[in-house]
Design a protein around this ligand. Structure first.
Ligand SMILES: Cc1cc2nc3c(=O)[nH]c(=O)nc-3n(C[C@H](O)[C@H](O)[C@H](O)COP(=O)(O)OP(=O)(O)OC[C@H]3O[C@@H](n4cnc5c(N)ncnc54)[C@H](O)[C@@H]3O)c2cc1C
Length: 390
């Protein structure tokens, strides 16, 4: 087993550290309070190729695979304090660009990739008011009519919706609520009949990523803009989630790395009772626990990314990686506030890290639902093993 990074991967990390100043924003605290997405910072990410990083080099992209993307998003999480922006980028990459590249036909890539290469932003719309964890309960319908489909329905809590240029939408095309009863469509965000909430939702964390709702009223989508075969929405959605649970969650590794370094520095500098607080075991053990959680989460993300690159996706491994990261981000966020004392409560980086960690146990599959799935997989793995040993 080789845990070392190759020269290109080390260069990705160094390159991103080198553009930290371009990604800095002295108004971030105010912008976070105002829940404002930054187009200029998105343009910086685009200029460096990150908004199209999965696109192959022949087409002008960076040609990154899963591990390269995870390393890049980890480095962006570490060096860009606007975690909402990196989250917005990751959602665009994993749930919009990746499915387009994986399932799009050559003609679809011809039509849609130029938009991505120009820095346009994608939003992935699946959740509905009555279909959250129970995705297959979605009511938005795409009805076949002549050479296309007519979409009616609405979606909610959609990352990037208020700033999106194009949408990847899942809608029912079958009679039931099964895995093969829905399909995936790509359409411009300003297509006739699409209305998107313009004021982003106020939310607890990731406030600088714009979130909104989308309504579809008799929206015409030509058949050429259906991604994959009719009824393949389930598999497409599942693959997107495997990439999201792996690559998107890597951004939190970078945030935790930066947070740990801030905590170590603070504990060395802060003197109480005549010595640095790092001299107290209650503080130093917190730092070690933070580091243990970060390292375990990092190994799980890298393994899941490596499996994706080997063409051996493993939904259990991706789910475990997501669970480890979301739990570590939350626990480490709490520990960082405690180590910083009152300073950790003031509006600023440390309290923002905790708020940004909290939604991670909800999106891309809630903790509870992922554990249900893992429990089912555990039971069937054990019964298969028992049956084969008899
Ligand atoms: C920051 C953020 C960004 C998001 N971005 C997007 C996006 O870009 N596109 C999109 O389509 N959606 C997006 N979502 C929505 C997200 O996918 C849903 O929030 C998620 O699927 C959970 O659905 P829900 O919020 O309706 O919660 P619910 O499904 O109502 O769950 C509520 C609670 O009940 C629990 N629960 C539900 N079912 C079970 C069960 N069977 N067993 C045990 N517990 C259960 C859940 O774990 C949770 O604790 C985003 C959400 C957040 C927070």
């Amino acid at each position: 087993m080789d845990f070392s990074l190759n020269a290109q991967q080390a260069a990705i990390q160094r390159g991103i550290a080198g553009i930290a100043a371009e990604l800095a924003d002295s108004q971030l605290t105010q912008r976070d309070l105002a829940a404002a997405f930054s187009r200029p910072l998105w343009q910086v990410l685009h200029r460096h190729g990150f908004s199209s990083l999965f696109v192959d080099t022949e087409r002008g992209g960076l040609g990154y695979g899963a591990l390269d993307a995870a390393l890049a998003l980890e480095a962006l999480g570490q060096h860009c304090q606007d975690t909402g922006l990196v989250f917005a980028l990751s959602a665009h990459l994993c749930a919009c660009l990746h499915p387009l590249l994986k399932y799009g036909k050559p003609a679809q890539l011809e039509r849609w990739l130029p938009r991505v290469m120009q820095g346009q932003i994608g939003a992935h719309a699946v959740t509905e008011v009555e279909a959250g964890s129970d995705v297959f309960a979605m009511q938005t319908q795409a009805k076949k009519e002549g050479p296309g489909y007519v979409i009616n329905g609405s979606k909610c809590y959609i990352t990037n919706a208020p700033v999106a240029d194009f949408l990847l939408v899942h809608a029912r095309t079958g009679p039931g609520q099964g895995y093969f009863d829905f399909s995936t469509f790509i359409l411009p965000a300003d297509a006739p009949g699409v209305s998107i909430s313009t004021v982003p939702h106020e939310k607890l964390g990731l406030r600088t990523a714009a979130m909104g709702d989308i309504r579809f009223e008799h929206v015409w989508v030509p058949e050429e803009d259906r991604i994959g075969a009719e009824g393949s929405g389930g598999p497409i959605f599942q693959v997107s989630m495997e990439w999201e649970r792996t690559c998107l969650f890597a951004l939190y590794l970078g945030v935790m790395q930066r947070q740990l370094e801030l905590c170590v520095t603070r504990s060395e500098l802060r003197q109480q009772f005549g010595q640095a607080i790092s001299a107290y075991q209650a503080v130093s053990h917190k730092l070690v626990d933070m580091s243990l959680r970060l390292e375990s989460a990092r190994l799980a993300i890298y393994k899941s990314a490596w499996l994706l690159d080997q063409g051996r996706p493993d939904s259990a491994c991706a789910a475990m990686a997501k669970l480890l990261v979301s739990d570590a981000a939350m626990q480490n966020g709490l520990a960082a506030v405690q180590i910083h004392g009152a300073q950790g409560i003031l509006c600023g980086e440390i309290e923002r890290q905790l708020r940004n960690a909290m939604p991670a146990s909800v999106f891309s599959g809630t903790t509870e639902v992922l554990k249900n799935n893992l429990a089912r997989q555990l039971r069937s793995a054990v019964s298969i093993r028992q049956a084969s040993s008899q």
